[in-house]
Design a binder for this molecule. Structure first.
Ligand code: ADP
Ligand code: ZN
Ligand code: MG
Length: 503
């Protein structure tokens, strides 16, 4: 058995108005080719790049969120290579002095070390028209700010690698620094993987490129573990190389022997100054205020998980949905704050208050994650088309909690709220859905049901408890769900139990 070791290199396009070194729009949704271009990103002779400070702020923000040391001095370097999507013949990147170093991200209570996060520019895109013998190039993406994160070889399984990439994507989205959509190429993962007999001396690594989904990251690693194991079992050597992931065949294919950094003839970018960031005299340098950036970092996924657990005591899977689907989690919390007001008004004792609050939170979570999500389908809770205010939703949950509506009626009410945005109490009144409070009216219905169902009545008298459930169901449907099930049961039992003889 061999021990896998994995390091990730993850690129993410930053969400900025303009490109990295010019004022062209950074618009990932631009449909028309070669419209967001200018002499700077097209590398015309005599043009000079200007650093996009917003991109720098976003990299630093990411660095803080990932526990990195923000470097006092950073600079850019030229990475020279030829490719048709690279108009300059080199890429401005950072080799020697990146913005962020030595961070970590915790996955399953284990710290995965982050070696560095640096800033560079993206390339253009080659388009290969189907059935044609030529390719086209679109430079809209050339010069878009691109962040690269490099981990230490701290990962040891395909699921751990996937988890890391997924958690990172979520953090980038919480920070609003990147949309990080892998399908759109806004986030791209490269995997380095080696096998070894013992974990002290690492084996020769292979780099897998072209992994366009989390599943591909996972499958690519699993494939390489098998492939490299076979090589080693034949007592052959793993070749250090770059392999591409072939998604249709689910295999990796050798692309080229690994290039070294000296192959790129890196040298310091002469057209850009060294950037000093927040030195001891002043925290603000070059319009980059690191204290302000730090203060802008929102609650991150892990902190949110822990808080949802401490405050609402929800099951892990439910918390995870609210953390992954941030806006749904925010909606849940808006509803919750309505409950807090309601509980205050009803003047409950603090212990009871806490218990009742947790019950409300649980019912609320259930309804959001099942019935409401069922209705949502293609719209989200922040769409204009979504009409249920947190206040109305809280009222709705309170009615269920106080057992003023049955689950069957609740379904109808919620659907109506979703359709019209009306208040639950109005819907109940208008549609005549309010509960039957008069016991004699329920008793009348119970008697009707009993006379229509002699067999279950006999069964119950013979001791079959199931029969009682059946009869309750019959009464509930006869009252269109408007009777309290507890009351129905009480009346049923009363009518079905023989009265003792009076001597
Ligand atoms: P290179 O110089 O070949 O680019 P680096 O040391 O810069 O290699 O590392 C690139 C990536 O590969 C990092 O994510 C690192 O964690 C990972 N890595 C380095 N050595 C190994 C190894 N033996 N096995 C697996 N991953 C590795
Ligand atoms: Zn430009
Ligand atoms: Mg390297």
């Amino acid at each position: 058995m061999y021990h896998p070791t994995i390091g990730l290199e993850i690129h993410a396009e930053l969400k900025t108005k303009s490109k990295m070194f010019c004022s062209c729009a950074n618009d990932p949704n631009e449909k028309q080719a070669n419209v967001n271009i200018c002499p700077i990103c097209m590398a015309h002779p005599g043009t000079l790049p200007v650093i996009n400070k917003e991109a720098v702020r976003k990299v630093i923000k990411t660095g803080f969120a990932l526990n990195c040391k923000i470097q006092k001095n950073s600079k850019f370097d030229r990475k020279n290579y030829f490719y048709p999507d690279l108009p300059k013949g080199y890429q401005i990147s950072q080799l020697y002095q990146p913005f962020c170093k030595n961070g970590f991200l915790e996955i399953n209570n284990k710290k995965i070390k982050i070696r560095e996060i640096h800033l560079e520019e993206d390339t253009g895109k080659l388009v290969h028209p189907k059935g044609e013998d030529y390719s086209l190039v679109d430079f809209n993406r050339a010069g878009v700010p691109l962040m690269e994160l490099v981990t230490e070889p701290d990962i040891h399984s395909s699921t751990e690698a996937r988890k890391f990439a997924e958690e990172l994507r979520m953090i980038l989205r919480y920070l609003d620094v990147s949309d990080a959509d892998m399908e759109k190429g806004q986030m791209r993962c490269e995997v380095n993987i080696s096998l070894s007999k013992n974990s002290e001396k690492l084996g020769t690594k292979v780099e897998i490129k072209n992994l366009n989904s989390f599943r591909a990251v996972e499958k690519g690693i699993e494939y390489e573990i098998i492939r490299q194991t076979r090589v080693l079992e034949k007592r052959e050597k793993v070749i250090q190389e770059t392999r591409g992931w072939h998604d249709a065949k689910q295999i990796t294919i050798s692309q080229r022997e690994k290039e070294e950094s000296h192959d790129y003839r890196y040298f310091p970018e002469p057209d850009l100054p060294m950037l000093r960031i927040g030195n001891s005299k002043s925290k603000i340098q070059n319009n980059i205020d690191i204290e302000k950036i730090k203060a802008e970092i929102p609650e991150l996924p892990q902190a949110r998980r822990e808080r949802f657990d401490a405050e609402y005591g929800l099951p892990k899977q439910e918390i995870e949905v609210f953390v992954q689907n941030k806006i749904l989690g925010e909606y849940f919390e808006k509803v919750i704050s309505e409950f807090r007001n309601w509980i205050k008004e009803t003047d409950m004792k603090s212990k009871v208050e806490r218990d009742e609050f947790l019950k409300l939170a649980k019912i609320c979570s259930n309804y959001i994650l099942t019935d409401l999500q069922g209705l949502l389908k293609n719209i989200s809770v922040v769409d204009k088309k979504f009409l249920i205010t947190p206040e109305n939703f809280a009222e709705f949950i309170t009615l269920i909690y106080k057992k003023q509506i049955s689950s069957k009626i609740a379904k109808m009410v919620l659907e109506e709220m979703f359709r019209t945005g009306a208040e639950p109490s109005h819907i109940i009144e208008e549609k005549g859905l309010s509960q039957i409070t008069d016991d004699s009216e329920i008793e009348k219905k119970v008697k009707e049901v009993l006379s229509k169902n002699p067999k279950p009545v006999q069964d119950f008298k013979k001791g079959k408890q199931n029969a009682l459930q059946f009869l309750i169901g019959q009464v509930m449907s006869a009252t269109k769900g408007k009777a309290k099930p507890e009351t129905v049961q009480k009346i049923l039992r009363k009518l079905l139990t023989p009265t003792p003889n009076k001597d």
